[in-house]
Design a protein around this ligand. Structure first.
Ligand SMILES: [Zn+2]
Length: 302
């Protein structure tokens, strides 16, 4: 019994991929913080050979996950600027698609951390910006001008009562969701008719993922479901999204940040990272397509 694929709705093609490699007592809040050093701890991982979806089976207890995310410590640090620039490029792409007659636009970022994308969204032309984030610590780090537009909690339409949005974004969060189909339905609920979603998350069919295998940072205890461009398309179209566009995401990061993502012996890696962080070469901006999927979809008008 390997678990049901949520895309194919059967376990017929699901095969074991990697065996769970941690003990329950090793789980702590640090593990669930964003941007820690990849440590290759993961649950039992399986793959559906038909559609390519990779997922944890059995799933880590969702109540345990939400409790840990609430307490998790926010550690993006200096990389935030580069991450914001990358995501902002795609927010602008989204804004270009949208009908200016529907302005002023309201925007929601799910899993917004300290809300750094709310500021970027304003610059991209979204007048009313909101966020949703489970980590108290992350919200405390938010700029006072946007902090009270961030709702604390795991995302659900209920959290926003009758509030509806012209656009919803979700950056590197879908991979962490215990029930992605229910999550996509909740996104649909908070959108106005004709509203758009923008998702960016890992691509498990990418070259990096295929080369690194179990050593790939995507294979991680935090990740419940890992998608391919095709499974993204199917996931959203099954729930009624239209005008779907799936694309590769270009990230412009400094060399020391790329180095942080490459697996290697811990001591050597720490030394290399310390050197790169303090040298001009480490600050060089390198544009790469590291294996992220971009996704835009639209809620039907009627
Ligand atoms: Zn499948």
């Amino acid at each position: 019994m390997s678990g049901i694929c949520i895309i194919c709705e059967t376990d017929t093609h699901v095969r074991p991929l990697y065996k769970k490699n941690y003990r329950e007592e090793d789980i702590n809040e640090q593990i669930f913080s964003a941007r820690r050093l990849p440590d290759r701890i993961h649950a039992n991982v399986v793959r559906c050979e038909k559609c390519g979806l990779v997922f944890a089976s059995p799933l880590v207890d969702p109540s345990l996950l939400s409790g840990l995310y609430e307490k998790s410590v926010y550690t993006y640090g200096n990389e935030e600027t580069y991450i914001a620039k990358t995501y902002a490029r795609y927010l602008k792409k989204l804004a270009q698609r949208m009908d200016t007659h529907t302005k002023p636009w309201s925007y929601l970022d799910i899993g917004c951390g300290n809300g750094f994308m709310l500021t970027a969204a304003k610059e991209a032309g979204f007048e009313h910006v909101y966020g949703c984030e489970p980590s108290h610590h992350a919200i405390e780090q938010a700029d006072p001008s946007i902090r009270h537009f961030i709702k604390q909690g795991m995302f659900s339409a209920e959290l926003f009562q009758n509030q509806r949005f012209d656009a919803v974004s979700c950056f590197q969060t879908l991979d962490h969701i215990p029930d992605p189909r229910a999550f996509v339905r909740e996104c649909l609920k908070v959108l106005k008719p004709g509203g758009y979603v923008l998702f960016i998350n890992h691509n498990i069919a990418s070259l990096a993922a295929r080369i690194l295998g179990e050593r790939c940072p995507m294979i991680d205890i935090e990740h419940t479901y890992l998608h391919t461009p095709e499974t993204m398309r199917t996931l959203f179209s099954k729930e009624g999204f239209t005008e779907i566009d799936v694309f590769s995401v270009r990230n412009d990061y400094p060399l020391h940040y790329w180095a942080h993502l490459v697996p290697g012996p811990k001591k050597m890696k720490q030394k290399t990272l310390a050197f790169l962080k303090n040298s001009p070469i480490g600050q060089m901006i390198i544009p790469l397509y590291p294996g992220n999927i971009g996704f835009i979809g639209r809620k039907p008008l009627a």
